[in-house]
Design a protein around this ligand. Sequence first.
Ligand SMILES: [Zn+2]
Length: 151
Amino acid sequence: MGLLAPLRQQQAQLPRPPKRLGKQSPRYRFLLNPYRDRRFAICPDCEGRTLLRKVPLVIHVDPLNPVVINKSCRYCPACDLLIAHQDEIEQQLAALFSKRAPEQIGNDYLVLGTLDRDVWKRGVAQPLAIQEMVEHLHDFVEVLELRPAGM
Ligand SMILES: [Zn+2]
């Protein structure tokens, strides 16, 4: 058995396909890595070498702040697995919100999906409206979590 498990197993078992937020086709199986001491140069699923890939991630921050950060992730082409390190994401979010809305640093957040690079670049020059972000959002194919050791 591999190390990865679907994060929302019960939802995954529903007969209907999961509700999509983004209007674009889903991309990537996604893992948010909570461990600072694991950087996944090796894929946890197939044990092949992962690549570094910079990807614009769309993140919903409570209560109502979708933001996009261009994030270096680990990527396994064989598994189509994208791995983002939680501590790095939180660092980038804190840096972003320290200018914009410091009272919201540390709020709950959820990584929703990815944007194409050209859309992300447009958003840097002129922040995207929420509706526009949803138009261009690629949901994840699947969101995964690491099985606790020994399971
Ligand atoms: Zn792999």
